[in-house]
Design a protein. Structure first.
Length: 271
């Protein structure tokens, strides 16, 4: 691997880490398309190239979300019970859907998710409540195990088909349906995504078809040579993202997150 490629991978890790800490997402929106670009740059080709990028993205997200969740926990912004329910539910669906994703492109499902995400994002973008304080801060959090399980199931399906951590669904649903303050929803999402990503990697490893691990030093469909520089950069920069999260007013943060969701959705639809 050339120095130029390593520097590109480090840059990917920096961007993914900041996004993870700031918004409670895994960073897959950056990692998957960037890895595909790196593979094109290095002339690597495989019939499973997209699946390799997704599996590698999920592998890096394990470490990035761990760093992010640890920092958010230090600020009291992780609801562990909700994270556990969401994470375990997503682990089941990501495990099941990863097997399907290897066989199918999943374009229709991704586009359906994207339309729903855009609707949620537009609500967040044009919601005028909470300019001065988060309205959820005044309301008791509604912890319903069944609701956490549903949210987790949706995030797991997204992770399996797209390589995203699922936070784009988890955060707005926790905020609006469970009345969780936005910044706590971000921290809880980081913790839940850790479980989601780990289950996805295991599933891709178990269901890896013959010839899928054609990259040197890979295991299953995970490209470890590309993953290491990304992880090395994303871990410290996830903490930078958490710092920015802490310093940003929740109202501005929700608007930025809404714009981020729209970008993610358009990427899933058109790219």
């Amino acid at each position: 691997m050339s120095l130029e490629t390593v520097l590109i991978l480090i840059s990917i890790g920096i961007a993914a880490g900041i996004l993870s800490g700031l918004f409670g997402v895994g960073g897959g929106i950056i990692i998957v398309p960037s890895l595909l670009g790196v593979y094109a740059f290095t002339h690597f080709n495989s019939p499973y190239i997209v699946h390799i990028a997704i599996a590698t993205s999920l592998f890096t997200i394990i470490f990035t979300s761990l760093s992010s969740a640890h920092k958010h926990f230090g600020h009291g912004n992780v609801e562990w019970k909700a994270a556990l329910y969401i994470g375990l539910s997503s682990a089941v669906t990501v495990f099941l859907f990863s097997k399907i994703a290897i066989l199918l492109p999943g374009e229709i499902l991704k586009q359906t998710f994207s339309v729903v995400l855009i609707i949620v994002a537009l609500k967040m973008l044009f919601d005028k409540k909470g300019k001065h304080e988060d309205p959820a801060e005044k309301k008791p959090e509604v912890f319903k195990p069944w609701l956490c399980l549903v949210i987790g199931a949706l995030s797991g399906a997204i992770a399996a088909f797209s390589g995203l951590g699922g936070g784009v669904f988890v955060i707005p649903l926790m905020h609006y349906l469970m009345k969780v303050p936005f910044k706590k929803a971000v921290g809880t999402s980081s913790a839940a995504i850790l479980i989601t990503a780990a289950a996805g990697v295991i599933s891709y490893f178990i269901n890896s078809p013959a010839g899928a691990n054609s990259i040197p030093y890979s295991f299953g469909m995970v490209d470890t040579l590309s993953a290491v520089p990304i992880i090395a950069a994303s871990i410290p920069f996830a903490r930078v993202g958490v710092y920015i999260n802490r310093k940003t007013h929740h109202y501005l943060l929700t608007k930025l997150f809404a714009v981020f969701i729209i970008i993610v959705s358009l990427k899933l639809i058109f790219f």
